[in-house]
Design a protein around this ligand. Sequence first.
Ligand code: CLF
Ligand code: SF4
Length: 510
Amino acid sequence: MSLNLPVLIAMPGADPAGGCKAKGSCGSSRGPQDMDPETWEKVKNHPCYSEEAHHHYARMHVAVAPACNIQCHYCNRKYDCANESRPGVVSERLTPEDAAKKVLAVASAIPQMTVLGIAGPGEPLANPDKTFRTFELVAEKAPDIKLCLSTNGLLLPDSVARIKALNVDHVTITINMIDPEVGERIYPWVFYKHKRWKGRDAARILSDRQLEGLDLLTSHGILCKVNSVMIPGVNNDHLVEVNRKVKSLGAFLHNIMPLISAPEHGTHYGLTGQRGPTAQELKALQDRCEGQMNMMRHCRQCRADAVGLLGDDRSQEFTLEKIREMDVHYDLETRQNYQATVEAKRLATRRAKEEELTALAEIQSELKILIAVATKGQGIINEHFGHAREFQVYEVSREGSKFVGHRRVDMYCQGGYGEEDALETLMRAIRDCVAVFASKIGACPKETLKAAGIEPVDRYAHAFIEQSLLAYFKEYVAGIWSGQVVHVSRGDATIRTGALVTVDAAGREG
Ligand code: CLF
Ligand code: SF4
């Protein structure tokens, strides 16, 4: 195979990234064979708790909880809670009644929407009446929708009984530290028991309450995810200890997210120049933490009123103004029928991957490569290179393919012509990848990609992503052994903070 790639050194044994130890079972993509049926039932169509599900199922958030009881150095209260959303984003606030109507409207229009999350725009448990009233209303009218809550944990121990009573089955706690010395560099204060606590005392109270809450939830059989914000030089190494601790308390999933920090956010970190991690630093930490506990790598740090598949926000179709005019007909049977077709497609995707995986067994190489993929969902390569707003990144080896992150980019194709600046930033976002897969790639970007050592691949258009990745890997390794391909160790990539935070005059994401 001749790939016309710039060729430097042949290194089929290279393993720059470390990584997956358990064949086909790492990350949050684990299937029914890896967990008890009760847990699988809870995660199988939750797009955040199952990487596989996130290609097929959608979630929505309703922004009913504006107040907060702590201060994080990466948060500016003008915007949404940055524990579960991108900094710099403002959501439309709703009453519980409007929120419930919105859920029914979205559930009718998007039958694969299976999860309602409350994640702000402040702290859901500091607004308990609004948060729990919304869950109550939705549970009455749409009992098939899973309820999901994201909290900073300060009031969690007092809320466990209510969470349990309402069948909220998924709770996320943001835990950035278990050591108050680290914590005082992240949290200037917490407001607890009618008093504002500062420094190390504040961090100690917060940490104790978070861990107590996690312990209580898992002992009540509630599935817990822990979010941690990776802050280089503050808690990066410490997050390995956090991972061990939350795992010992029964957390199901750990989501280490990059700090997103820029002066225009007006946060303490943004104004003092605290940087976020690079793509390679983030991945290295996630790899270190990967063991028996699942690591989430497909988080999109979504907004507090997000709607749709992760990475494909449709919130603009469901603004309060539009919802109030909608005549909503919630039809459970239609939803169930639609979801049955989704499951059939999902099964076909899984089978195709398994067939290809069997064919990889004979490969001896320890090589691992990263490949960027443009997709609109359903586990298929179905997005044009120039229309992609994000690329999904997979690590591929003889063990299989593993989703390791996404890279947000500016759309390259601007109404018939290519935008050179966008192409430049796009290249920076995927320069650690050996190839990029898309349903179609124009002649111009193809040349630029090749010159940068990234192979443009559109021959798998409309095929299953993971099956295609494995087929490509087999050819790639064969090319190395025959001398037609020389593998080149790739550099680091940029996590696009700019692309993550663009908002218009109304505060809407661009
Ligand atoms: Fe929302 Fe969070 Fe529930 Fe998901 S998001 S409350 S667990 S339904 Fe998901 Fe969005 Fe990442 Fe959150 S991608 S920010 S992890
Ligand atoms: Fe901001 Fe959320 Fe932290 Fe509160 S918990 S300060 S809303 S990031």
